[in-house]
Write a protein that binds this ligand. Structure first.
Ligand code: UD1
Ligand code: CA
Length: 461
């Protein structure tokens, strides 16, 4: 069966109080509309047309070239919105799914089951419904005494008895494409909002003698995002689904309430995620790793057996069994080799470190290529920025950089060289050499006594 989809995304979304289109707001790593698209892709809706209006450039930018767009210049109602897709649908057969762009929680499996029912039982249309804990604001499903769907009545147009109905229209439908087109041409706007209601097509088709069905989904799947509270609610639900999937796949997540993992992150088995972590973008984590607590990763590649404790790391790679933290910042463009030990308050930027390097205490390495088995002492740093330009430095394998030394880039310290503590290195250091670049120490004997500055009988003020 050919499956098309029309997605309504022209509305302004006033209640978001945002300068952006509602459907481009993100939840769990994807814009709302991309969640809808993913569900439709998963249900094999091969031809998708998105009805855009408000901030259409943002919606187009998010969805890209693989789908069609139609501009709805004035938002005259959901029926009017779908009418804009008429040209797109004409001549097509099979089914058309209609969705709103702000319902990120519907799953591909649910859409597939709606399509299956539609095809098997030859319906003209299926309305997706849900039982709402509070149906206020939703369209209500009207059924006859035999339980057949008769019509949908909007909350504003409903009688007090109709408002008692808790079965609501989810705003998702599956139509026979040709019948949808025939009904769309006949909807009017005689209702309290003077809008063209898509929901009126249901009654029109029933009056034509066609069979209308209803598929009920859990309310959670049909939740729409209209304001920031519902946005948060959908983020939490999507996050919980993602965490559950990882747990089922063999990842230990100690505290789901404080763990936020975006769609698209992969994690190997026997990895443990400790509390207060966010793992985002295209991050890949291997097996047997321990991540957290308080660790934030964006677009990272983290190999097997890595331990990250209070680390923020972005767009970088960390090799197997490296142990980083507590309190380190790995900035974009870095590559940390296997078995490295980076300790307290270490910052690495746009640098490569070979295997087995030790930087245990606070230090800064920027724009530097470090070999393997290098030891860098506490408070050592690279001066990679002269105020105008950045320069790169290199530290060869097995080198030892003493505490509180400063490498003024560009400079290179060759393999097996030593830099003495407190040195400011401005010239290259050859293999096996020791560089000492600090003022000679002068000790003045009995200076304290001769100056009368003896402190051993005085307390601090
Ligand atoms: C609609 C349904 C209601 C259902 C509810 C579920 C109608 C008449 N009512 O009501 O039965 O319970 O959804 O959430 O269909 N849009 C456009 N262009 C327009 C109008 C709307 O693109 O001209 C888009 C909006 O951006 C939104 C969606 O369509 O994403 C739904 O429109 P909205 O006006 O919010 O309909 P509801 O009143 O929620
Ligand atoms: Ca709505």
């Amino acid at each position: 069966m050919q499956v098309c989809a029309v997605i309504l995304a022209a509305g302004e979304g006033k209640r978001m109080k945002s300068k952006h289109a509602k459907v481009v707001h993100q939840a769990a790593g994807l814009p709302l509309i991309s969640w809808v698209k993913a569900a439709l892709d998963g249900a094999n809706a091969e031809d998708q047309v998105y009805i855009v209006g408000h901030r259409q450039e943002e919606v187009r930018a998010v969805l890209g070239e693989s789908v069609a767009f139609v501009l709805q210049e004035q938002q005259l109602g959901t029926g009017h919105a779908v009418q804009q897709a008429s040209h797109f649908l004409e001549g097509r057969r099979g089914a058309t799914l209609i969705m709103c762009g702000d319902t990120p929680l519907v799953t591909a499996a649910s859409l597939r089951s709606v399509l299956d029912t539609f095809e098997k039982d030859h319906y003209a249309a299926i309305v997706v419904t849900a039982h709402a804990p509070d149906p206020t604001g939703y369209g209500r499903i009207l059924r006859d005494e035999r339980g057949h769907v008769q019509a949908i009545v909007e909350h504003r147009d409903a009688t007090p008895e109709q408002r008692e109905i808790c079965e609501v229209n989810a705003g998702m439908y599956c139509f026979d494409t040709a019948l949808l087109l025939s009904a769309l041409g006949r909807i009017g706007c005689r209702n309290s909002q003077q809008e063209f209601y898509l929901t009126d097509t249901i009654e029109i088709l029933r009056q034509d003698g066609h069979k209308i069905g209803a598929s009920s989904l859990p309310f959670e799947e049909v939740l729409g995002v209209n304001d920031r509270r519902q946005l948060q609610e959908s983020m939490a639900i999507l996050n919980r689904r993602i965490l559950e999937k990882h747990m089922i796949d063999g990842v230990t997540i100690v505290d789901p309430a404080t763990t936020w993992i975006e769609q698209g992150v992969t994690i190997g088995t026997d990895t443990t995620i400790l509390p207060n972590c966010s793992i985002k973008g295209s991050t890949e984590i291997g097996s047997d790793a321990v991540i957290g607590p308080d660790t934030h990763l964006v677009d990272m590649k983290v190999a097997d057996g890595v331990r990250l404790d209070h680390v923020t790391a972005v767009e970088s790679e960390i090799g197997a069994r490296a142990y980083i933290g507590p309190y380190s910042h790995i900035r974009p463009g870095s590559k940390i080799g296997p078995n490295c030990r980076l300790g307290n308050f270490v910052e690495i930027k746009n640098s490569t470190l070979g295997a087995d390097c030790y930087l245990i205490h606070q230090c800064y390495i920027g724009d530097t290529d470090v070999g393997h088995n290098v030891n860098i002492g506490s408070s050592a740093s690279t001066a990679n920025y002269d105020g105008v330009n950045k320069s790169r430095s290199a530290i060869g394998s097995h080198a030892f950089i003493g505490s509180n030394s400063c490498l003024v880039s560009p400079v290179s310290v060759d393999e097996n060289a030593y830099v003495a503590a407190g040195s400011t290195i401005t010239e290259g250091v050859n293999e096996y050499a020791l560089a000492i670049a600090r003022a000679h120490q002068i000790n003045k004997e009995d200076w304290v006594k001769t100056r009368g500055l003896n402190r051993n009988q005085r307390l601090n003020p």
